[in-house]
Design a protein around this ligand. Structure first.
Ligand SMILES: C[S+](C)CC[C@H](N)C(=O)O
Ligand SMILES: N[C@@H](CCS)C(=O)O
Ligand SMILES: [Zn+2]
Length: 328
């Protein structure tokens, strides 16, 4: 795809500028809900692209102010088929996907003039990572935490599912692609083949969820899952998102043995998603102080990108940013 070659270097440059470990944002949908958005819907956080794009930009700005070096866009559960079921046309669906990138780019660009910058924090010019949720996220049945896509889903079906959205998000000007909550090896393979087929020139990270702290949700080992990604020079970073924080340290150590790629971790708060009731169930939960403590351990263990996922907030990111970036 026709993208400037230099964009491929942006992620590496940011990590270096951030002193070896850059800060991601936190739970995007979570912060929308804290502002009163109702997202109990098959489109989940992507509903706001239709209903309240201003709120999306506000949340991005809040994460920038908290110290995020990377914004993850509102496109996790935004898909063309998903929008079509709401009566939108293909053109309208693609416009919304592009808008998800534009809103983050606008927030990033406006932030340079913002008055709320904290003088104690070091701010880098943030990158915009276009979120690409797994097929399970689109299914909206919680299968991003099981990897159980049923017998009808094969490699080509997953590639076809991801292809057009990926093209639109790249063309919209994202700095990188963030594949999130991938639950099985088949989808990891589909993504890495697609990045090759589409000759994507921007960096990508591919993150898996985990429900046992050892394997991908499908039960396949991370060794198998990473094996397929290690062969791709289109994949810059691999890691874990939306799994409980207490799994992360062991998984960083495991990933270090399985890959030479940069490691990215952004766990949720420890609560567990009930895909049927569509709500978070209380579980072993971690507060922002705990994230502050964990973040240094994750960095020392070798993570190059650290943030939060669902049920974490700008306060969580402020705590992580403070400990990883505050001037001494
Ligand atoms: C990361 S999960 C909490 C997103 C929502 C899920 N795909 C669903 O629609 O139920
Ligand atoms: N980035 C996503 C969550 C992934 S689990 C969102 O909050 O919309
Ligand atoms: Zn999440």
């Amino acid at each position: 795809m026709g993208i400037g070659k230099e964009k491929a270097e942006l992620l590496e440059e940011l990590i270096e500028k951030a002193g070896g470990c850059a800060v991601l944002d936190g739970g995007f949908a979570t912060q929308l809900e804290r502002h009163g958005a109702t997202i109990n819907d098959p489109l989940w956080s992507a509903l706001c692209l239709i209903k309240d794009p201003h709120l999306i930009k506000k949340v991005h700005l809040e994460y920038l102010e908290a110290g995020a070096d990377i914004l993850v866009t509102s496109s996790y559960q935004a898909t063309i088929p998903g929008f079509l079921t709401r009566g939108l046309s293909i053109e309208e669906a693609e416009t919304l996907l592009r808008r998800s990138v534009e809103l983050a780019v606008e927030a990033r660009d406006n932030f340079s003039n913002a008055i709320k910058r904290n003088p104690l924090h070091i701010y880098n010019r943030a990158l915009v990572a276009a979120s690409i949720g797994s097929y399970g996220a689109y299914l909206a049945d919680g299968s991003e935490y099981s990897g159980n896509y049923g017998p009808d889903v094969n490699l080509n079906k997953l590639k076809d599912f991801h292809r057009r959205r990926l093209q639109v998000l790249v063309e919209a000007g994202a700095d990188l692609l963030a594949f999130e909550t991938i639950p099985n090896k088949l989808e990891a393979q589909a993504i890495s083949e697609l990045l090759e087929e589409e000759n994507v020139q921007i960096s990508s990270w591919i993150c898996f969820s985990s429900v046992d702290g050892k394997n991908a949700p499908s039960g396949e080992s991370f060794e198998e899952c990473l094996d397929v990604l290690n062969k791709s020079n289109k994949v810059s970073a691999v890691g874990i998102n939306c799994a409980p924080p207490h799994f992360v340290l062991d998984l960083i150590q495991k990933f270090k043995q399985l890959t030479g790629k940069a490691i990215v971790v952004y766990p949720n708060s420890g609560e567990i998603w009930d895909g049927v009731a569509k709500r978070w169930l209380p579980s072993k939960c971690f507060d922002d102080e705990k994230f502050e403590l964990f973040a240094t351990r994750w960095r020392d263990a070798g993570a190059k990108l650290i943030g939060g996922c669902c049920r974490t907030t700008p306060e969580t990111i402020r705590a992580i940013s403070k400990v990883l970036k505050e001037r001494s």
